[in-house]
Ligand binder design. Structure first.
Ligand code: HEC
Length: 131
């Protein structure tokens, strides 16, 4: 009896290991994107606004009547961000930059990618223009 129980435990254990080992992981290879060139003008309409709307990344929540403010929908995102979430004298402290930053633990929702955060910072350093 005692031995049978051990044998069953052993069977359960080995099949569990087998099940766990059979799981396959798909590693998503993110391309390493070079930091933006500080000499390039970052245009809001072309580079920043699409960050929020592409694939509904931010606008799934941040939209008119959505679950969170600011409204980051196309056409209105600039007015929602500037000046409220921008500090041009200390760009790194701008809320639109650090709150959803990949290095921040504040925004538990979706985060910016490093490249998106870099672009936003550079755009703020260039004056957070509606360009
Ligand atoms: C799943 C829903 C959801 C998604 C997706 C989301 N957010 Fe948020 N966000 C929130 C909520 C809820 C808050 C309110 C503060 C909190 O609880 O973190 C918030 C707060 C913020 C704030 C602070 C606003 C303020 O006035 O202080 C910023 C900035 C922000 N989000 C940016 C973004 C960006 C940029 C993205 C896309 C990368 C994004 N969020 C995606 C839910 C979301």
């Amino acid at each position: 009896m005692f031995k049978t129980k051990h044998y069953l435990n052993f069977l359960m254990f080995t099949s569990l290991i087998g099940i766990l080992a059979s799981c396959s992981y798909d590693y998503i290879e993110y391309p390493v994107v070079a930091p933006p060139d500080p000499n390039d003008t970052v245009y809001f309409a072309q580079k920043i606004a699409p960050i929020f709307t592409t694939g509904d990344k931010c606008t799934s929540c941040h939209k008119a009547g959505g679950t969170a403010s600011p409204d980051l929908s196309a056409g209105v995102s600039y007015g929602s961000i500037v000046p409220a979430l921008i500090n041009t004298s200390e760009p790194e402290t701008s809320r639109i930059y650090w709150f959803p930053n990949p290095a921040s633990s504040d925004h538990v929702w979706k985060k910016l990618s490093q490249n998106e955060a870099d672009l936003i910072l550079l755009w703020i350093q260039q004056g957070a223009l509606n360009n």
